[in-house]
Design a protein around this ligand. Sequence first.
Ligand SMILES: Nc1ncnc2c1ncn2[C@@H]1O[C@H](COP(=O)(O)OP(=O)(O)OP(=O)(O)O)[C@@H](O)[C@H]1O
Length: 624
Amino acid sequence: MIFGKYINRYYLKNAPALLLGLLSLLIVDIAQLMIPELYRLVINGVNLGKVVVDGQTLTFTREVLFQNICLPMIWIVLMMVIGRFLWRVCFFGSAVCVQADLRERMFDHSRRLSQQYYQVNKVGSLMSLYTNDLDTIQECFGDGILMFFDALVLGLLALYKMWRMDFKLTLLALIPAAIMFGIGTIMGTTMTKRWEERQKAFSDLSDFAQENFSGIAVIKAFVKEFKELTAFRKLNRENEEINVTYTKIATLLEVLVTLFVESVICVILGYGGWLVYGGQFNAGQLVEYIGYFESIVWPIMAISMLIEKTSRGKASLNRITELMDAPVDVTDRDGVGNLENPKGSIEFRHLTFRYPDGDYNVLQDVSFQVAAGERVGIVGKTGAGKTTVVDLLLRTYNVPDGTLFVDGQDVNSVSIHSVRNACAYVPQDNFLFSDTIAHNIGFGVEDATPDQIDGAASMADVRDNIVDFKEGYETILGERGVTVSGGQKQRISIARALLKNAPILILDDSVSAVDTRTEKIILDNLKTTRAGKTTLLIAHRISTVEGMDKIVFLEDGRVEAVGTHDALYYSCPEYRRMVDLQRLEDETADSSDAVGTSDIADSVDAPEHASESVEKCEGGASHD
Ligand SMILES: Nc1ncnc2c1ncn2[C@@H]1O[C@H](COP(=O)(O)OP(=O)(O)OP(=O)(O)O)[C@@H](O)[C@H]1O
């Protein structure tokens, strides 16, 4: 049996089924212990020609054989069959329910855990909790109750009957049992540790396999299949070794139990035979005694299996408890209300942010405002903190009080889901589900109509691609959307966000994989469809954000400048340098056939020298 704060409640919850199971088990055990008495009647009847039934001595006739032995035997077998069926249904059925319920609670908790948790814990390890560990818990719950009570009830009843027949013989038989129990307890502790190691090794293997399958394209492109195979072999070998160690200990325990059973049978045969020889026992009684002992062989085996299962169950429950105890660190404050009728204004006010596991501030004193309905571009070098800015807006991480406002309300004073509801997001990795294109586009909206989906696809300029697919909107995408091109994936993600039609639209580097013409179409569509609604567009190419109402220029986690493209170009040398560099890169790319590499390098250097005479943007920003 297994106990723990996430399991105990199920004993109570399933109490009626478990009690019925226990009652059936009791009936089966009592019935089973009637069989050795019938053995005695048969042996003594055949040997002595007489049998003692309920204190009455009867001559052993066919009628006595039928009435007092065969008929009771039929009833016993019937009771045992029905009882065994019942306890199986009750115990194992409850265990299946426990697994399903616990899985649901785990999933519910997992979905509330922050991004941080998923950065530290890999998907493979989490999956092994949902498969291996939950299976172990189920096994341990159902089999555990059965074995514990069966060992207890059948063992005690059989011992009582044996004790009544001859207490000395029973005492002798109990000595190996006591030794066995001591050894089993010590081995149980070792087995718990080994099982934990085994599960850990399995998780590592799952992590590795999961990551490999996800990154198969990169592995193939770098021709690293063999390297990965070698690494997999190493992990697999470790997994195998720990499994072998565990199996060795489990087998040793099994062998010890068998040794115990055999040694007790030797004791019974030796001492019991001597009692028969001395006339204190007759042959029928010795067979009856052996019959009782045979009845407790299973409980004894059950004890060893119980030790083994409990050890595994404890280890798996520890791992599940770790998940369930993982704190939900991004959560609503008590009593917060919802963001009502959001308009979409945003303000970052002296926000400094460091990732929970980070060792430096990724954002430093960030301040800028976005008016409701404004179209704002966020640019900056890679690693400048652009994604972090929108992650904080989406409340993926906690922010300090008084640093981030939506519609003038501190994001900490309103519910997280209402802030997220106010946003539509196109993430940098453009994650798509392995579902139909229609379902992917309609993901953010309950009961989206085909027309709405089609409209969103048109706005994202992906409609023509979709209708070209054989199954159209019903085309099922492979895992993570691998059956569509990078640009199509981006545009399907944009369509998904556009369909939500939220007051704030966030696009994180979302048009990087499309050509300039398509980019222009999407941006023009955004301008019309999003009129009056806030749009934040993160981009690397300045040309993408040039036409926005405002641009926030980030440098090393600081807001270097805020303003229109023209204003920034003339007031912020760093921005100008970036613009000039990108223009030069575009030009050199266009005429790359004609221009040599050294010429490009010289050209790229030119604006840097030109900007040396210009002042750095003052105060970093020109706030609106
Ligand atoms: N979960 C995290 N934990 C710790 N540090 C992080 C985490 N995510 C990002 N960082 C760090 O924060 C910094 C800013 O990252 P961010 O993704 O915001 O940059 P970015 O401007 O969006 O870059 P890019 O243009 O390449 O997408 C980087 O130095 C990055 O290494």
